[in-house]
Design a protein around this ligand. Structure first.
Ligand code: GLY
Length: 340
């Protein structure tokens, strides 16, 4: 393994390292406690050899392969994971390792948080999206009743291994999908990283960009593990993204693509100009493909559960953010008139 960076995370819910590496997937037993029974959870879109490589380093264990896609993140599969753990007589001192993207990580993280009131969980994120965002910070969940991530827990992993070699098997659209969250973090928190993306090749420098985005994410979750304040800034672009996700299927637009389109109307004119160029450079869409009425309807539906107002993030200039609250209707009006 070539260790690119070891990034410590310290939160009230637990301390662990995010290791950014090349080849780290083959060296997990050097740094993690795998001398026990391990359930390795993956999906059928992830090269099967990754999970096999992970299991081969465990004293005992088994692999569960779920179908790829957001629809997997449901209570049926949560129960299925509990059943497998119980059937294999897993105890409080055993552990779970997720090998895959955000769906696998969120679902198996929540299974770990709840089985026997919580067992150790490790994450090997294999998509850019999960590497820069969902694998760090301990959010675990399943979708339920038509709502994304509505049932879940904060459950910090015991370790996260980002192996940049896994990116070699990703299709370019998937790489762009994850880069969207890295652009988001740079646009709101890190003008220097944003300039780096403007001035340098994005794909050529992907390891550096992932590392710096993870450093931002760590800073945010260390300050606000439970999303009382600062962590909300990570939702930049997500109000419109969730609305777009409810209008379009997950294949039509990936999450990161919806975030990219959702960030643009949240920027001042000067920030927008710079953001659009970087998003395009990263291979992401920048224009909302539907009319404002359809979008407004979707935003209002999404807010059904939390009353009539919504809090969202704007970007007045690159490297900064503002948190604003408006009624869903005023929000949509202002998006339509480009007045945010
Ligand atoms: N994906 C946003 C967060 O972890 O808070």
């Amino acid at each position: 393994m070539t260790r690119i960076k070891n990034l410590p995370v310290n939160t009230a819910g637990g301390s662990y390292n995010v290791t950014v590496s090349r080849g780290g997937i083959s060296a997990l037993s050097e740094i993690w406690h795998l001398d026990r029974k391990i359930m390795v959870v993956t999906d059928d879109g992830v090269p099967a050899e990754y999970a096999k490589k992970v299991l081969s380093q465990c004293k005992d264990g088994f692999i569960v392969t779920l179908p790829q896609g957001e629809a997997t993140k449901n209570t049926e599969n949560l129960i299925y994971l509990w059943q497998r753990m119980a059937k294999e007589n897993m105890t409080r001192t055993d552990a779970v390792i997720a090998v895959g993207g955000g769906v696998v990580g969120d679902l198996s993280g929540f299974a770990s948080a709840t089985y026997m009131r919580g067992i150790d969980f490790y994450n090997v994120p294999t998509t850019v999206l999960s590497q820069v965002d969902s694998s760090v910070g301990g959010k675990t969940a399943v979708d339920f009743g038509g709502y994304k991530n509505i049932v879940g827990a904060f459950w910090q992993p015991k370790g996260v291994m980002i192996d940049c070699e896994t990116l070699l098997t990703l299709e370019p659209r998937q790489v762009s999908n994850g880069l969207s969250e890295a652009v988001k973090m740079a646009a709101t928190f890190d003008a220097e990283l944003f300039s780096f993306m403007e001035e340098n090749g994005i794909y050529e420098n992907i390891e550096e960009i992932i590392t710096r985005a993870v450093q931002i994410k760590i800073r945010v979750v260390e300050e606000d593990e439970r999303e009382g304040g600062l962590r909300k800034v990570l939702n930049f672009g997500h109000t419109l993204a969730h609305a777009l996700e409810s209008i379009y299927s997950f294949d039509e637009y990936y999450h990161g693509e919806c975030v990219a389109m959702g960030m643009v109307p949240m920027c001042s004119r000067s920030a927008k100009e710079r953001l659009v160029k970087v998003l395009q450079k990263a291979g992401l869409p920048t224009e909302i493909p539907c009319n404002i009425e359809a979008l407004g309807e979707a935003v209002t539906h999404d807010k059904k559960m939390s009353g009539k107002t919504l809090t969202f993030i704007t970007c007045p200039e690159i490297g900064s953010y503002e948190m604003k609250t408006l009624s869903a209707k005023d929000f949509c009006d202002k998006v339509g008139k480009a007045e945010l």
